[in-house]
Design a protein around this ligand. Structure first.
Ligand code: AMP
Length: 221
């Protein structure tokens, strides 16, 4: 008999909560796909098309890209072969409409979510993490000027590219992103709790101890 043991996980939590860092690490260690809608959108934002320019303007303002576009994007991604081995969704869903659409897409494939992790993080930690975050514009690796510094100052460890600060990590935009999170995304905590999928973790923790907690939740499913 076929036993489906793939982990299909959503990482929920505010910007700066550690979703991307941990999704990347866990996906590399355990061979499950990391699907970051922010990364997919950033790749489109720079492609010179009208759609790319529109996407870029939403991102730079800290606003959400419209649901219809996001749902189409995730539906295409879920049709790719690698997701059968499991996935971590980082940054999707962000609205109730997206959450319902995701349930439907996965139900049609007979592969429902197995776990939702809620990263609970204080606002001070968020501001500190985002203001110190630096990213590699080429490979997407994330660093923090104090917490996760690159080996060589200002240069990516993996591909020797100069690190940058994301435009939407500047303070005014961070405030908008937090407001959007509270209004649109935070209600999903209740949605997934009602479906008995939710586990909360303390997102204020440093990378190593938080990774241990995360892994224990993933293994327990
Ligand atoms: P992130 O890298 O997850 O912080 O996403 C960066 C930006 O991409 C967000 O501030 C939004 O503008 C956009 N974005 C990413 N995921 C979504 C989503 N699921 N729905 C709408 N907008 C999104």
């Amino acid at each position: 008999m076929f036993v489906d043991r793939a982990a299909r996980i959503v990482f929920l939590g505010p910007p700066g909560g550690g979703k991307g860092t941990h999704a990347r690490r866990l996906s590399e260690k355990y061979g499950i796909s990391h699907i970051s809608t922010g990364d997919i959108l950033r790749a489109r934002a720079g492609d010179g098309t009208d759609l790319g320019t529109r996407v870029q303007s939403f991102i730079e303002k800290g606003k959400l890209v419209p649901d219809a576009l996001m749902i189409e994007m995730i539906s295409e991604r879920m049709a790719q072969g690698d997701v059968q081995r499991g996935f971590i969704l980082d940054g999707f869903p962000r609205t109730m409409e997206q959450a319902k659409a995701l349930d439907q897409i996965l139900a049609e494939r007979g592969t429902p979510l197995t776990l939702v992790i809620d990263f609970e993080v204080s606002e001070d930690v968020i501001i500190n993490r985002l203001s110190g975050r630096r990213v590699c514009p080429k490979c997407g690796a994330n660093y923090h000027i104090r917490n996760i510094p690159p080996r060589r100052d200002g240069v990516c460890d993996r591909c020797p590219t100069a690190l940058i600060q994301r435009a939407d990590d500047r303070e005014a935009t961070v405030r908008t992103r937090l407001e959007v999170y509270r209004a649109e995304t935070a209600p999903l905590v209740g949605y997934y709790r009602d479906r008995h999928l939710l586990q909360a973790v303390d997102g204020n923790l440093e990378v190593a101890p938080l990774e241990k907690h995360l892994w224990s939740h993933i293994e327990a499913v």
